[in-house]
Design a protein around this ligand. Sequence first.
Ligand SMILES: Cc1cc2nc3c(=O)[nH]c(=O)nc-3n(C[C@H](O)[C@H](O)[C@H](O)COP(=O)(O)OP(=O)(O)OC[C@H]3O[C@@H](n4cnc5c(N)ncnc54)[C@H](O)[C@@H]3O)c2cc1C
Length: 413
Amino acid sequence: MATDKVIEGPVVIIGTGQAGFQTAASLRIEGFEGDIFMFGDEPGLPYQRPPLSKAFFKDGSADRLLFRNQDFFEKNNINIKDNCSVKSIDRHQKQVLLDDGAAISYEHLVLATGTRNRELPIAGSDLKNVLVLRTLADANHIRKTAKADQRVVMIGGGFIGLELASVLRDFGCEVAVIEAESRPMARAVSEQISTYFVDAHTKSGIKIHCSSMVSQILGDNEAEGVKLSDGTEIGADLVFICAGVVPNSEIASEAGLKTNNGILVDDLLLSNDPSISAIGDCASFVHKNSGVLVRLESVQNAADQAKCVAKRLTGNPQAYNAVPWFWSDQGGKKLQIAGLTGNADQLICHEDEENGKISVFAFENAQFVGVEAVNMATNYVISRKILETGKPVTLSDFEASDFDLREVLKKIG
Ligand SMILES: Cc1cc2nc3c(=O)[nH]c(=O)nc-3n(C[C@H](O)[C@H](O)[C@H](O)COP(=O)(O)OP(=O)(O)OC[C@H]3O[C@@H](n4cnc5c(N)ncnc54)[C@H](O)[C@@H]3O)c2cc1C
């Protein structure tokens, strides 16, 4: 199924987010001279999402979010169309069908359709002052709507919910976070890191309710609060739904591509059609080192997968094998994660309580698989380098060096 044939074009990219933008940019870096067409259903040029739940609330500078300005696309001969939704894929004709009825031919198609916010099937979700955050438009709406003295309820204590909670708390809002799991960020970080952030957010005045389900958003026209499944009512002027995302994989499955929590791709990031790749938040793949089927929602994954596809399309195919990394900024604390820590069976925690720093080293079958570090950039950076060597490193190696990571790296390097 895999091909190392050099593509002449056109390459069509659906989605103008991190992965779509990087694919086009990397194709030109790799010397691709054929036509590139990008279609995105949001208005404007491709932009970075991470600041939307961080600095953007304060500075509101949309220009600073752009990956590149219009000049870049013109100079690199990248045809980009915004406000344009791709409705379907005709694999037989090798064409995509746009919402204005146009059919665009491709030699290779890259699906970089990302995710959308999960909708909650609870009464009141459609009330005024119930907000979500995924796009620049959402972030602008939040900036216009939020007032410093408001009571805010955040439904969902994942990364985005907690980042936004801390930004709004800094702004002067009274914030409560309602989390269904027994701890926030439960799907993504260890218990130690969850506990660390619960303490930090609680100290800043945010109220975190775990193991709590919202059964209803209260109010007639505007949201006035939420009702929990145990009957507790919490008043609110603004309610945010930050309950995770679902992959935009419908146009792929309707075209007969295989999906499983995202568009299924092989180690070259090809779908079950050798003329169609899928990358970024919308793609599910078996992570090489762990053997686990994952769909990663991170800048690193979107950008590195795009580079990998650009290399393949220009005749340099390589199996995707990048070490995942991620960051989150919450209330002045920087969490950095390298590797996949979800299946770890042993966690070694080093905490400097006085200075608010913590690192959790994760091991699976005694093999080092990742680190979660808060305000400990060196531990994160060196751990990532250790993982990037691809060499097996065990807990004993760490213990033999008394957790001196530079020494561990030197020994295997
Ligand atoms: C508020 C926020 C904060 C974040 N913070 C961090 C962070 O701190 N660190 C980190 O690593 N990651 C963070 N992320 C995640 C990161 O931004 C995503 O992983 C990354 O944007 C994924 O890029 P993508 O191109 O795969 O998808 P997206 O950025 O979602 O882009 C996909 C685009 O395709 C469009 N599209 C979908 N279907 C179609 C169609 N049929 N036709 C046309 N267009 C279509 C979508 O509307 C969207 O514009 C954050 C995300 C958000 C929302």
